[in-house]
Design a binder for this molecule. Structure first.
Ligand SMILES: Cc1cc2nc3c(=O)[nH]c(=O)nc-3n(C[C@H](O)[C@H](O)[C@H](O)COP(=O)(O)OP(=O)(O)OC[C@H]3O[C@@H](n4cnc5c(N)ncnc54)[C@H](O)[C@@H]3O)c2cc1C
Length: 401
């Protein structure tokens, strides 16, 4: 395919392609495989995580190999050099098909880490990492948070110390690492210079998760699953060729990953909100007035959230970095997830806890238990509000600790 197709033409082509490789998503409470909850992954055992990861990798390779992935990347990385919003056009079409939902590690690899490599990587790093990551042959997790460094990420204590001219030795303890068990690479935010102001002494490295000295320990969550992990870096040797960006400039690298994360989170929860509305429409009893109010409110939210998604798209079309729109979108999405929980709790009552499976294979308890985490992941609601206060409203900045 050459040139930039018109959006409608592109959508039609995408639909035709999807119809050839995937089944349409079923309606009326039965949502295909039932595996596409944003929260369902929180409940996985290691075996389930590996099985599902392999299934998604197969789908992602099909997309990539047939020209429907990496759309905004140049041809040398398997892309079509299309404007960034074509990815959203594609997703709009894909939503009507029963394809395996991507656990967090997939958008982290394709939409957060790969663009950071595109921006900060050397030519050698780009040719080594981009295709395997965009094709998801190699997945990358975020080794950012630590017990004392979450919102205040620059306070990381993980140290990277030079070993000769061509290597570093990393020592530290990371926590809440999603997907660490299936990742080939971990993007580690480290301190390389304790003598300068904390944001200035940071450097980012890509660490092989199977390197000697890397230990991954799953964390048991209240959902019963173990999708989170602690990662211990115990004298891990990393070649200098796996350093991403200049020494001491890691904070800027980190910010570019976090900005991409906010951008990617605007559509969170829409699937489940639609599913909850579907549930309301198909209940075997009449809705109470309160339930109707909640359902109508949720319906409005899904419309507004989708409109906000279009504003992000419009900013991208205009060649502008959507900053504020992304923070608003993330805040709005987490509230949508909460209100979805409220509606479903009211509709299902005690049968929600019993998890009867009345609604296909979908397990709402997993949404209820998993959704609150999204107000924390990728920058808490409070931090998103601080970003809006400072960058949109122009209020005085918080003092740097
Ligand atoms: C589902 C999920 C997936 C995650 N995946 C990953 C991952 O893959 N890799 C990774 O590295 N991390 C991951 N995290 C961790 C996540 O990035 C951190 O939990 C988050 O940044 C918050 O840090 P914290 O938990 O240390 O909380 P803290 O920073 O200690 O915050 C505690 C509370 O204080 C508030 N607070 C803190 N500072 C301020 C401030 N300046 N102003 C106002 N309020 C403030 C916060 O909003 C919060 O309510 C994940 C978390 C979740 C829930």
């Amino acid at each position: 395919m050459s040139g930039i197709p018109e959006p409608d033409e592109f959508r039609a082509e995408a639909r035709t392609w999807l119809a050839g490789v995937a089944r349409p998503r079923a309606t009326g409470g039965e949502w295909g495989s039932g595996s596409d909850s944003v929260a369902v992954f929180e409940n996985w055992t290691e075996e389930q995580e590996r099985e599902h990861t392999a299934r998604v990798q197969e789908w992602e390779r099909t997309r990539y190999d047939q020209g429907w992935s990496a759309l905004n990347w140049p041809q040398e990385y398997g892309g079509r050099s299309l404007p960034a919003y074509y990815e959203q056009l594609y997703r709009g079409e894909e939503a009507a098909f029963d394809v395996p939902h991507r656990p967090e590690i997939f958008p982290v690899t394709q939409a957060l880490v790969a663009p950071a490599i595109g921006l900060w990587g050397t030519e050698e790093q780009k040719s080594r990492w981009l295709v395997p990551m965009l094709r998801t042959d190699e997945l990358a997790c975020q080794l950012f948070s630590e017990t004392e460094a979450g919102s205040d990420l620059a306070a990381v204590r993980t140290r990277a110390v030079r070993e000769g001219d061509d290597a570093w030795v990393l020592t530290g303890h990371k926590v809440w690492t999603s997907g660490a068990r299936v990742a080939t690479w971990g993007v580690a935010v480290c301190h390389t210079d304790p003598d300068v102001r904390k944001h200035a002494g940071i450097t980012v490295f890509l660490v092989r998760m199977d390197a000697p000295g890397v230990t991954v320990r799953p964390i048991r969550q209240m959902t019963g699953g173990t999708s989170f992990n602690e990662v211990y870096l115990d004298g891990v040797r990393v070649p200098d060729t796996d350093r991403l960006g200049p020494v001491g400039e890691g904070w800027r690298v980190t910010l570019s990953v976090l900005a991409a994360e906010r951008l990617d989170s605007g559509s969170l929860g829409l699937d489940n909100a639609d599913r909850a509305l579907d549930l309301a429409g198909n209940l075997s009893r009449p809705l109470t007035g309160g339930e109707q109010q909640r359902a109508a409110d949720l319906h409005l939210r899904t419309l507004v959230q989708r409109l906000m998604g279009l504003r992000v798209t419009a900013a991208l079309v205009a060649g502008r970095e959507p900053g504020a729109e992304a923070s608003v979108g993330k805040l709005y999405a987490t509230e949508t997830m909460r209100r979805t929980s409220d509606l479903v709790s009211e509709l299902l009552g005690p049968s929600l806890v019993a998890d009867t499976g009345e609604w296909g294979t979908y397990a709402w308890t997993e949404h209820l238990l998993g959704a609150p985490g999204y107000s924390i992941a990728g920058g808490t609601d409070e931090i998103q509000r601080t970003i809006l206060a400072e960058r949109v409203l122009g209020l005085p900045k918080e003092p740097v600790r």
